[in-house]
Design a protein around this ligand. Sequence first.
Ligand SMILES: [Zn+2]
Ligand SMILES: [Zn+2]
Length: 372
Amino acid sequence: MLFADLSLVDEFQTELDEIKVNQAKLHARQLVILNQLERAGVSSRSGARTMAEWTATRLDIPAGTAKELVAAANRLGRDPWLFDELAAGRLSLERAMATVRLEATEAPMSVVDKSFELELAAVSRLTHKYRRMNRHDERRVFADRHFVIQPSLDESRWRMWGELPGKDGRIVDQALSERADEMRQLPGGGHFTQGQRQADALVGMAQDSLSRSHGGVDSAGGPEGVVFVDLDLANGSGGELGAEVEYGPRVGPNTLEELLCSGSVQLVGLQDGKPAIASGNTRTIPPAVRRFVAWRDGGCSVAGCHSRYRLQPHHIRHRANGGDHDPENLATLCWFHHHVAVHGAGFRLTDEGPPSCRQLIAPQRYRGPPEG
Ligand SMILES: [Zn+2]
Ligand SMILES: [Zn+2]
């Protein structure tokens, strides 16, 4: 909307300024009254638990706003200069409260004086900077520490959240970030987000901890055992079979393929909910072949990768697609390239070239529609 008459804009601006002044004056009056009513014990007489609760109901405002108002009534009552500025309409209530909070820190008076030239957001940053944590605050933060990890109903995904005291949080953050930085970038310039790499880092750290407590035995992908496959479903799904790890999380075909790579899993096919067939030792890579492949590759097979972290055998042609334990079909991969890049993100390892110098192909390059 365009004003034909520019003097109308000036008029509106002047009116806004007047409203601001009046609002401040009304707030000052409101605070005086709240203070008096609190002293008279109005909240307990009317059945409210606190003065803030009474104020929220009486003024029909959110609980947080009411709490701020009551706090302002208490604090500004003890600061005559700030109160007078508010009552004269020279400061807004928000500015007066921001100043009270800054004064309550150990900020020098010169900083408080200068804060009147700053925006409100900058004043609250200053307040955080000067706020000293006392023993009581510290204990409360320590007592509030917690961590929650919770599976979805079918355990196909887990959520986690929590809160840590400052120094402890920094330790976890630094460890996760350093670990995430070790995660290599993907071929073809692709990369995972920082959040994805930190998630991988967390899993890696947990695995290291487990294998330390289990005598250094690498179980390549977590605790394993028996995997149940519903044959009725599997037969109609063209190999896209989901499976259930015994007493464990429900897994999809990608995880199943990874479990089968490790060769330490027994498959049990279920028909009508009863075991119909069970895989025998053929599922296990013969130890001699396993050792030969590890020796032949001398580390991760991916060209340019020098990682020796949790080296695992991988079936280039997946077991589910009829791939066997022939050394030609096996390649050694580090945890990142095996767990994250291949079975997680869907990269494919080529079977061309020398065994210790293989390429990874990005999923879209072989899954995409043919160009015409
Ligand atoms: Zn694999
Ligand atoms: Zn690697």
